[in-house]
Design a protein around this ligand. Sequence first.
Ligand SMILES: C[S@@+](CC[C@H](N)C(=O)[O-])C[C@H]1O[C@@H](n2cnc3c(N)ncnc32)[C@H](O)[C@@H]1O
Length: 181
Amino acid sequence: MTERNGNVISFDLIYQFSKTDIEKRIEEVRVIVMQQMRENMDNYVWTNIKDLDELEFTRMSAMKKFLSDYEKGKAEGRYVFHELPNRLLYEDNYFDIGLSSHFLLMYTSLGYDFHIASITEMLRVCKEIRIFPIVDLDANKTDLTVKVMDYFKKDYNVESVKTDYEFQKGENKLLIIKKIV
Ligand SMILES: C[S@@+](CC[C@H](N)C(=O)[O-])C[C@H]1O[C@@H](n2cnc3c(N)ncnc32)[C@H](O)[C@@H]1O
């Protein structure tokens, strides 16, 4: 998005680490992650990405691209070390849209209160938020997603939308929570 002249700021715990630390960690887990993918190939849809080699190449290219931008992005305040649900240093409705990918609703062990507080804080600074996917780590539907949707339905437009993107089987729904204007 930055390359396309969009204004994007990312928040993650991982941004507390240096480029060298992250690079080292990527190398350490590279073989382990690919071995896990090999063992679980049947759980994935191999249409856009044809095989494991293409997957590894695609992921490593994305990581290299991220790392080449990391220090500049940190200096420009585009990669910010932040732990949800703590309060973000942005005013209400600062962002048009907030995205959470493979984090909120996926780690059910973090609990209902954590998810409600984190999404509430995202909704304070964003006019709209989108969460993908809305299943747990094993791609199963969860009570947590149902309860979170019910909670926000009271005051927001809440819809779950089917996407064209499905890599892990069953992971093809996006949750959109929008402020009612
Ligand atoms: C599975 S990764 C997904 C990373 C990225 N969003 C993606 O889709 O490739 C989950 C991420 O959540 C971050 N994370 C975990 N707990 C967090 C918290 N309380 N606040 C902010 N980020 C957190 C981790 O550091 C990790 O980078």
